[in-house]
Design a protein around this ligand. Structure first.
Ligand code: PRP
Ligand code: URA
Length: 198
């Protein structure tokens, strides 16, 4: 996290560290993933283990910055399906604008894992979770690298009345948001640091 926060870290290193961190967070985030018993034959005897239940979990990166987390996540659960939501925050109003969405219409019975490095005001993550719940998702896990207390509160307010199991896994909770809605101390604009274009 320290190298990620450092403004002198270049995009290539930033991408690599993001991927590595996500794989670590994914261990925590997949604790409640639904599995079912599966039996295999070892060279010695039958052995009972587990495999992912159907329907398979759906990983949802929020474009653009969430895309930097996808590879790290699918390394751990390569058979997950992937749906996409594109959102960009209006930097004046801080409201998210949805510009793309490629998700199945029916997510009934699906566990969804949402990826976004930054939870600032919470607008983008809350909007995405609402999309998923409206389509029937019944278990949501969000993975972020950095969160502001304000965003965590906003997410809680949205999720509590929905009464579906939800978990937020973050690498660090920072101090606050500044007047421009940036996380302090944060790491700046995650999308720009990953991809270098504004
Ligand atoms: C960033 C970040 C989140 C959002 C967080 O994306 O990746 O999606 O801001 O802010 P919020 O919690 O206040 O909604 P941005 O809108 O900059 O788009 P980008 O991923 O294309 O850079
Ligand atoms: N989006 C970012 O990329 N960084 C922040 O600090 C806040 C929102």
């Amino acid at each position: 996290m320290t190298v990620l926060r450092d403004e002198s870290t270049d995009s290539a290193t930033f991408r690599q560290l993001t991927e590595e961190l996500v794989t670590l967070l994914a261990y925590e985030a997949t604790r409640e993933i639904r599995v079912e018993p599966a039996t295999v034959q070892t060279p010695v005897a039958p052995a009972t283990g587990v495999r992912l239940s159907d329907p398979r979990p759906m990983v949802v990166p929020i474009l653009r910055a969430g895309l930097g987390m996808l590879e790290g996540m699918t390394k751990l659960i390569p058979t997950a399906e992937v749906g996409f939501v594109g959102m960009v925050r209006n930097e004046e109003t801080l409201q998210p604008v949805t510009y793309a969405e490629r998700l199945p219409h029916n997510l009934a019975g699906r566990q969804c894992i949402v990826l976004d490095p930054m939870l600032a005001t919470g607008g983008s993550l809350a909007g995405t979770v609402q999309f998923l719940v409206d389509r029937g998702a019944d278990h949501i896990t969000c993975i972020c690298l950095l969160a502001a207390p304000e965003g965590i509160e906003r997410l809680k307010e949205l999720l509590e009345p929905l009464q579906i199991p939800t978990t937020l896994v973050v690498a660090a909770v920072d101090e606050k948001l500044n007047e421009k809605g940036y996380i302090v101390p944060g790491l700046g604009d995650a999308g720009d640091r990953l991809y270098g274009v504004t």
